[in-house]
Write a protein that binds this ligand. Sequence first.
Ligand code: C2O
Length: 358
Amino acid sequence: DPILPPDLTQCSPAFAVSVAGPPVNLTFNCCLPLPKKKVKNFTFKKGRKRVKKVRRAAHHVDAAYIEKYNKAYELMKALPADDPRSFAQQADVHCAFCNGAYKQVGAENVTLQIHFSWLFLPWHRWYLYFHERILASLLGDPEFALVYWNWDNQIDGNMMPAFFAKNNTPVYDEKRNPAVQPPAIVRLAVLSTYNTTAEIINDNLNQMYQSVVTASTPELFTGGAYRVGTDLANSTVLNSPLGGSFEDGVHNAIHFWTGSPTFPLLQDMGVFSTASRDPIFYAHHGNVDRLWEVWKHDMPGGQRYDHTDPDFLEAEFVFYDENANLVKVKAKDALDNERLDITYTKVYADQLWINYSP
Ligand code: C2O
């Protein structure tokens, strides 16, 4: 059966276990606030007001956009901590659905985990969708769109975008690896051992090729089946049998690259419980989301397809929207960004890894 939204009244402390550093066990209280009103069902209403959001590459936006971006996060961070639209609560959403805070409905002993399986891409698409709408509504600008951190672009996108690296701004996070300020080049291998720029860039192209181009089926790319009763409690970022190549590969690599090795769990970006406390998380996932589309539409062998299993399509999640209403969404409604009024600017550098020859 498909995964359903958990009972929010039944929430336990979430745990976080170090994968890379010394043994450490921490718990986090990241339970979501209970809804004040009835849960709404997301629908694509006919005649709904449609405002197109164009997500741009972070390294190409102009000063006015950067100012607006910072303003949006400043406003979000200024909301009271118990407001589900506040930055702290937005970050807790990620913690709550990754680290055992909730049990699956229908399998009361199994915790809910939205990583390591076919739920990864649709859940994160919805997460960004609502996060972006909250930012837009705080700004009073319905066209406001997130940026994407174009780390796969080995011509000019493969560094931390400069505006995220600027100290004392609302999109800065001090819990990052001090060694990854621009102009350090990103490493798209989880355990990268290369040293020269040329080697790192070549390896990055190869990682993209392996994670995206060669992963031709939804099992390989998106991940395997996760249904009621599937227990991933023993999966880790370094060993996730159902995880797709894209999640396990280049996506995880950016998390590890960005998080600070001076904290036991590579906080913030290096561990689920704190990753989205870093505003760059949402730009990272903008690119993850963009690349899901590139995988579907731009691969050499032609169109690729998502899972069609009803347990995938009918999986349901809940998120708070820009009016602090709890909204129930389905995985199947996340499969087409066009319907969600989201587009990405075109990146010609995609061709470099699409046409890579190992
Ligand atoms: Cu929920 Cu990039 O992880």
